[in-house]
Design a binder for this molecule. Structure first.
Ligand code: NDP
Length: 496
């Protein structure tokens, strides 16, 4: 593993092992493209306004612990103003527009995201800690793609199989997490707007900045005031949105625990609900798989975005005959990854998003060691400041271990083995979650056999972590319910 940007002893070992003595030069993306306001208000009724509470909180760069900005802490009165503005827009402006008019605005937002892609990518990496090559190549293009895709649906809803004139639900309250801040905002806003709803969105406390930049884009795109409102704040602000009587639908992505609280809070209110919660996905590698390809898929499955991914392939199930070979190659591959400055274009592993999340990862890793699993990480020097955790592999994991059962949400892989396809299915399904799974084999028949038996909303075959706005995403059991993306995702914002 190579520390980045400063070369380290570990870097020397890695390059010596490869028989070469060169190293990557630093390739930092400039942060000059981003202008961060020191103080940020709430976006209500088309304007940036101070919060009624007068309170604010700081958002940090997790790679350096440097304060990036102060952000308004919205309270119940602010949520009420936002819901009133959204209701007015639903009744008087946005909700009255024909689909072809709504589509124009969505296309405008999509194009503005593309035009300002570098700015969004740098800001996302600063606020979240993810490598800029991921925010640049995954988060931002997919966010634009979601607006483009849903713009295409806006004037065709009558042909989507929901009846000739499907109706929007009204005001949608949308609460999103910190792992893909801009992308999750796009996943929530694009289908809601395409179907004619208006929105009150709350980004996560640790990553509010790209949602505020998106609000600026929405303002410039000229959407009627109140169509989209962005209320920054913590969990209490989220609870205020969930509990507001003027909201017709709640869409939530985050932890299973908060998802359950939300479900309890709105029981009996008639509000519609979609929940996209945690996961503990199995990535299953059979003995006929293309091993180098599978190793890339394993790395992408769990180390992409520091493992802060609800559908991460956090449990690796290896067929016994190939287990040692795959583990050896995986360790070699992990030794070449570069951890460090998220703004460096060569960085593979960025910072952990918050002190709180780092504590959670460290706690579960300590539990893995205490329960007897074998821990391995490549030689790696972590930066002195900021929140960091090295890529970590646990072998000798049994199904009862906490690291095999609980969502770690970090760069930590638990490796188990199996002897038969039936055993692979039984182990993969032995989880309270059911969001995603991966299968690696050269036999199409085996892929179909597995896909029919795995209790997971998404099953990837010979690939992992592929996303497309046309493809529905969502889970079973404690991973939540409802789908986002595709035709199924539209249904979540339409009534009879
Ligand atoms: P949370 O579920 O607490 O946060 C998700 C969003 O909900 C945030 O905007 C949060 O605000 C808000 N929120 C918190 N409490 C409430 C509430 N009572 N009512 C309404 N909204 C609320 O996740 P955490 O950020 O605390 O992460 C904890 C764990 O959850 C992680 O370790 C991981 O395992 C899992 N997780 C799963 C995600 C997924 O994509 N499935 C995403 C994020 C986390 P605030 O940011 O201020 O807390």
């Amino acid at each position: 593993m190579v520390g980045n940007p400063a070369s380290t002893a570990a870097a020397g070992e890695a390059s010596a092992a490869e028989g070469s003595d060169w190293d990557y030069a630093p390739a930092p993306e400039s942060r000059d493209i981003v202008t961060i306001r020191p103080e940020n208000g709430l976006f209500i009724d088309g304007e940036f306004v101070p919060p009624a509470t007068g309170d604010s909180f700081a958002t940090l760069n997790p790679a350096s612990e440097e304060k990036l900005a102060d952000v308004a802490a919205g309270g119940a009165a602010d949520v009420d103003r936002a819901v009133t503005a959204a209701r007015h827009a639903f009744d008087q402006t946005w909700g009255q527009l024909p689909g072809r008019e709504r589509a124009k605005y969505l296309y405008r937002i999509a194009r503005a995201i593309q035009e300002r892609a570098r700015e969004f990518a740098v800001l996302e990496s600063l606020d979240n800690g993810k490598p800029v090559k991921e925010s640049r190549d995954v988060d931002v293009p997919l966010a634009a793609a979601h607006f483009f895709y849903h713009a295409g649906w806006a004037d065709k809803l009558g042909y989507a199989g929901f009846g000739p004139q499907p109706r929007p639900l009204g005001v949608a309250g949308q609460v999103i997490p910190w792992n893909f801040p801009l992308l999750m905002a796009a996943w929530k806003l694009a289908p809601a707007l395409a179907t004619g709803n208006t929105c009150v969105l709350k980004p996560a406390e640790t990553t509010p900045l790209t949602a505020l930049l998106l609000a600026e884009v929405i303002q410039e795109a000229g959407l009627p005031p109140g169509t989209v409102n962005v209320i920054t704040g913590d969990g209490r602000t989220g609870a205020d949105i969930v509990g507001h009587p003027g909201i017709n639908k709640i869409a939530f992505t985050g932890s299973t625990e908060v998802g359950k609280q939300i479900q309890r809070a709105i029981a009996g209110t008639g509000k519609k609900l979609t929940l996209e919660l945690g996961g503990k996905a199995a990535n299953v590698v059979f003995d006929d798989a293309a091993i180098d390809q599978a190793v890339e898929g394993i790395v992408n499955g769990i180390f992409f975005n520091q493992g802060h991914v609800c559908c991460a392939g956090s449990r690796l199930l290896l067929a016994e005959p190939i287990a040692d070979t795959v583990l050896d190659r995986l360790k070699q591959r992990l030794s070449t990854l570069r951890l460090g400055d998220p703004l460096d274009k060569n960085t593979d592993i960025g910072a952990i998003n918050s002190r709180q999340q780092l504590d959670k990862i460290e706690g579960l890793v300590a539990a893995g060691e205490a329960e007897g699993a074998q821990r391995w990480s490549p030689p790696c020097q972590l930066p002195a400041k900021g929140y960091w955790f090295p890529p970590t592999v646990f072998s000798g994991v049994s199904q009862s271990h906490r690291i095999a059962r609980e969502e770690i949400f970090g760069p930590v892989l638990s490796v188990l083995t199996f002897r038969t396809p039936e055993e692979a299915v039984a182990k993969a399904n032995n989880t309270p979650y059911g969001l995603s799974a991966g299968v690696w084999t050269e036999k199409g028949s085996r892929i179909l056999w597995m896909a029919g038996r795995l209790r997971a909303g998404v099953v990837w075959a010979n690939t992992y972590n592929r996303f497309d706005p046309a493809s529905p995403f969502g889970g079973y059991q404690e991973s939540g319910f409802g789908r986002e993306g595709g035709r199924a995702g539209l249904a979540a914002y339409l009534g009879a």
